[in-house]
Design a protein. Structure first.
Length: 118
């Protein structure tokens, strides 16, 4: 089993930045892809960004390309999401997940709230 704990969410003004972290425990996740998803109120959960097991490949939703950067530190069993130029429409609960690159994700965290104010 893998336990994932997100942190770094909060309130920020539009145009600001936040860095989310997700620490994995229970087993190493260095051989798995990791990703970030989000769910806004009244909407379905959507993919945000993914990173391969080595960190050498990444992919993003069109809505965040050029603004968000996903990275990972396998020595720390941690994945990050650097979010710049935040917009009110980025407001959501952000979840990290472990799974297959551009495939299914099997383990999920509890989420961290990100609120972007006008």
């Amino acid at each position: 089993q893998v336990q994932l704990v997100e942190s770094g969410g909060g309130l920020v003004q539009a145009g600001g930045s936040l860095r989310l972290s997700c620490a994995a425990s229970g087993r190493t996740v260095s051989t798995y892809a990791m990703g970030w998803f989000r769910q806004a109120p009244g909407k379905e959960r959507e993919f945000v960004a993914g990173v391969s097991w080595s960190g050498s490949s990444t992919y993003y939703a069109d809505s965040v390309k050029g603004r968000f950067t996903i990275s990972r530190d396998n020595a720390k069993n941690t994945v990050y999401l650097q979010m710049n130029s935040l917009k009110p429409e980025d407001t959501a609960i952000y979840y990290c997940a472990v799974g297959r690159y551009k495939g299914d994700y099997d383990y999920w965290g509890q989420g961290t709230q990100v609120t972007v104010l006008l």
